[in-house]
Design a protein around this ligand. Sequence first.
Ligand SMILES: NC(=O)c1ccc[n+]([C@@H]2O[C@H](COP(=O)([O-])OP(=O)(O)OC[C@H]3O[C@@H](n4cnc5c(N)ncnc54)[C@H](O)[C@@H]3O)[C@@H](O)[C@H]2O)c1
Length: 287
Amino acid sequence: MSESGISRIFVAGAGLMGSGIAQTAVQRGLQVLLYDALDGAADTAVGQIQKRLERAEQSQRIPVGAAASSAALLKAVALPSAADQSHLVIEAISEQIDIKLAFWSQMEGICPPEVLFTSNTSSIPITRLAAATRRPDRFMGMHFYSPVPVMELVELVRGLVTSESTYATVEQLALEMGKVPVCSTDSPGFIGNRILIPFLNEAMLALQEGVGTASDIDQVARLGFRHPMGPLELADFIGLDVVLGICRVMHQGLHDPRYAPNPLLERMVEAGRLGRKSGRGFHEYPG
Ligand SMILES: NC(=O)c1ccc[n+]([C@@H]2O[C@H](COP(=O)([O-])OP(=O)(O)OC[C@H]3O[C@@H](n4cnc5c(N)ncnc54)[C@H](O)[C@@H]3O)[C@@H](O)[C@H]2O)c1
């Protein structure tokens, strides 16, 4: 048994983040049940993860045999009740408070009291989600960065009443998953989005005011600041709907105009230009 004592994880949400978290966990020897409310989504994600692992093995990024041994630890499940045998739940479902509150009250009914609960929310207060359960001391934030198998950082977020032992166990698990944990209080956007959102907003404002083209704005950050991606490219990568949601929650929480959603961002989301996932955002992604 590992130092954290956690070997069975239930990951809810088989989208971009949930599938990345599931892949990372099985690559580190943890057993994962992957669940999504959308019919077939977890099966599709498991198939995609298997393909990614096979490609990693073919290109010698992981040892021979590792794809099969990791894949054997991963299973798609169709019902949330499968969470009852897990040591820990990681929730990576859609960033909508009502959906998350309903999910957590459902989990409270399914999981024995000792099961630890964590949310990958980008912007919803952990303390608010924890209040949907009867175990707020065993609830905290585990905010991974995308793409999860590649990015080392995880922000660990203490809710108001998260216990020391919950924090220590989840911190140990984060290390066992190969991540570098940092600790944040339950402040809107935690540390990462607090810094990132004003940066993205300023880039959108510069575009709106015609200070530079989208390509030139991104080029400045890439070549001038050595960022691997420019801010508009990064917003496209995250998903403009996701960025908009984060801005709204942070603006409401911090009452600071630096976090107010940029009107151009709002229009783009209304027009269905969601970034990479819809083929077009600030840049175009043919195919
Ligand atoms: N996209 C990012 O870069 C990023 C980074 C860090 C954190 N996050 C957070 O991670 C979470 C997931 O984001 P994502 O980008 O993976 O979203 P996504 O839209 O790719 O995936 C969300 C998945 O949740 C599923 N879902 C919705 N309601 C559900 C329910 N009740 N039970 C089970 N599954 C349900 C959806 O069917 C969908 O497959 C959000 O809270 C988001 O804020 C996102």
